[in-house]
Design a protein around this ligand. Structure first.
Ligand code: ZN
Ligand code: ZN
Length: 296
């Protein structure tokens, strides 16, 4: 190795070491390029999330998919693509702000020590986070359906009456709606730590976001996925949101129908509702079977 090579080697090691130092010191210390890289990685993670939703839906969902009953949005308009793009681009900066908050939040732990149990700081916070999140989301979603406000923000999401594209259909919302829904996660974590004054591990925060991403994705597919406690209490059912896309004055919750049951807006899925065989989706193209006919 000549002198130039050894200088290059030392420099690259130094760069890596200083990157790692900045990374572990927290987002407050990231430079502009670190932030750009972070946002790019989150965009990539969102694409992987969509892939994961489809892959897991194929294996977890029941063999019979949810039939299409409302009109499927076969072609995405330039406005749809713009809104999907804005939502995806917003996610990186949102997670950066969330990480900054988590770094300075004393009730969030970043390490495991003897007096920390995984059950207490990672698993138990999760149901609380989902229920608190959905309390505010259900009210927000109901508010967005008020006649005078509906056309301005939320109507765009309801152009799709039979969601199928997983996270892409989930984030196909007006930018204002996406921001409110996204920052509701941060608000929930803040309430958990500051108002409930409870401690949790950063893993719990990451699981909350990752599981939430998968559930919101499944809600916008034709996969019939249900989770229940001992087969008695349903905690998630992808069909509930499908009902909402067709019958908007019902099922306002994002992850659970807990608050819809409390507020009386829960409407169960009815498998006997009428189905038009021609409007089902072609598994190859992902568009309605009568797409070519509609186009004529
Ligand atoms: Zn939806
Ligand atoms: Zn809605």
């Amino acid at each position: 190795m000549n002198e130039t090579d050894s200088i290059k080697d030392v420099t690259s090691h130094h760069c890596l070491a200083s990157f790692w130092d900045r990374f572990t010191n927290g987002p407050l210390y990231w430079n502009t390029m670190d932030k750009v890289l972070f946002v790019a990685l989150i965009m990539l993670a969102l694409e992987l999330l969509k892939f994961l939703c489809v892959l897991s839906g194929e294996s977890i969902g029941s063999k019979q998919k949810i039939p299409v009953r409302g009109k499927h949005l076969d072609d995405l308009s330039s406005k749809d693509l713009l809104f999907i793009g804005i939502s995806k681009a917003q996610t990186g900066p949102f997670l950066y702000i969330l990480l900054r908050y988590c770094f300075q939040e004393t009730n969030i732990q970043w390490t495991f020590n003897e007096d920390t149990s995984i059950l207490q700081t990672v698993l138990l916070p999760l149901p609380v986070l989902f229920i608190v999140y959905d309390f505010f989301y259900t009210i927000l979603h109901w508010f967005l359906h008020i006649k005078a406000i509906y056309p301005v923000i939320h109507k765009h999401h309801h152009h799709q009456k039979a969601p199928s594209r997983a996270t892409d259909d989930a984030v196909n919302v007006h930018p204002v709606e996406f921001t409110l829904g996204e920052y509701n996660h941060l608000w929930t974590i803040f309430l958990f730590c500051r108002i409930l004054n409870m401690r949790m591990h950063i893993l719990s925060v990451l699981l909350f976001l990752a599981i939430g991403g998968v559930l919101a994705g499944w809600n916008h597919t034709r996969f019939d996925i249900t989770f229940s406690i001992f087969g008695i209490v349903t905690i998630f059912d992808s069909k509930a949101h499908d009902v909402h896309h067709r019958i908007p004055q019902s099922n306002y919750g994002q992850y659970t129908m807990f608050w819809d049951n409390v507020f009386g807006s829960y409407r169960p899925y009815d498998p006997t509702d009428r189905i038009n065989p021609k409007t089902q989706l072609d598994s190859k193209t992902g568009k309605s079977l009568n797409y070519a006919y509609i186009k004529k």
